[in-house]
Design a binder for this molecule. Structure first.
Ligand code: F6R
Length: 238
């Protein structure tokens, strides 16, 4: 695992995405939502608007997770969020952005796994980390070999995500998330974390035992994982 502590995480993450797409215009990107990747997504859009980025016409995207229970088109669905924050601005057609289908949560997991496989798997998976060490929405206790499936959010994660909604009561209780086993099949994992609130989870993920009690510790099992941290997020590392 490569750990990079830098105040240029957004630029470094954007560099990694651009280098991949320049080398492989048909690359498959795995995309997290939430606050952590936003500066990197904004940097990609800024470069694209400035005319210095690659063409994204041939790229396909797979969302890491999606809420269950929001009406289709709700601005906080991760599908709408990624259209708004990234893919529309990069000119990626909406039908090239796949996400687990919350309208059919029972069958969505196996179908999503099949779609991922048919696309050849994810080349570069952008990830954030929860304050409790969750990866995707694989909360502590998730199987390290898990596949895409429905999960129940913990109260802590619902409270953490309430900032995107009017109140915690509006945060859905369920999500569909790629499993830890799914995430580990991506060819390059790029985890971005910033701020002191992530420091403990980052230390557990990077330096603790590989354990379901810190799902993000599975990064230690991956042959090509990069962790981009700012100083506060790195502050609990030995
Ligand atoms: C989002 C996701 C989550 C977030 C995590 C951190 O697609 O899978 O694991 O990455 O909850 O969220 P932020 O970045 O908002 O602190």
């Amino acid at each position: 695992m490569e750990v990079v502590i830098s105040d240029r995480s957004a630029a470094l993450a954007a560099d990694a995405v651009e280098a991949l797409v320049r080398g492989n215009p048909g690359a498959v990107l795995g995309l997290a939502t939430g606050s952590s990747p936003l500066p990197a997504y904004r940097e990609l859009v800024r470069r694209h608007d400035a005319g210095t980025g690659p063409s994204y016409d041939g790229v396909r995207c797979f969302l890491l997770d999606e809420y269950v229970g929001l009406p289709p088109g709700h601005p906080q669905t991760y599908r709408e969020t990624i259209f708004r924050e990234l893919t529309d601005a990069l000119g990626i057609a909406r039908d090239r952005v796949a996400s687990p289908d919350p309208a059919d949560p029972e069958h969505a997991g196996p179908r999503y796994e099949e779609t991922l496989r048919a696309a050849g798997g994810v080349d570069l998976q952008v990830l954030g980390i929860g304050g409790d060490g969750h990866l995707g929405f694989n909360e502590p206790g998730s199987s390290l070999a898990s596949a895409t499936r429905i999960k129940t959010l913990t109260e802590r994660t619902r409270r953490d995500n309430a900032r995107f909604f009017g109140s915690v009561d509006e945060v859905p209780r369920h999500v569909l998330t790629q499993g830890l086993g799914t995430i580990l099949r991506a060819r390059h994992l790029l985890l971005i974390a910033s701020g002191a609130a992530k420091a403990e989870a980052v230390a557990a993920a990077v330096e603790g035992p590989v354990s379901a009690s810190c799902p993000a510790s599975v990064l230690q099992l991956h042959p090509h994982a990069t962790v981009l941290l700012d100083d506060p997020a790195a502050s609990r590392l030995e």
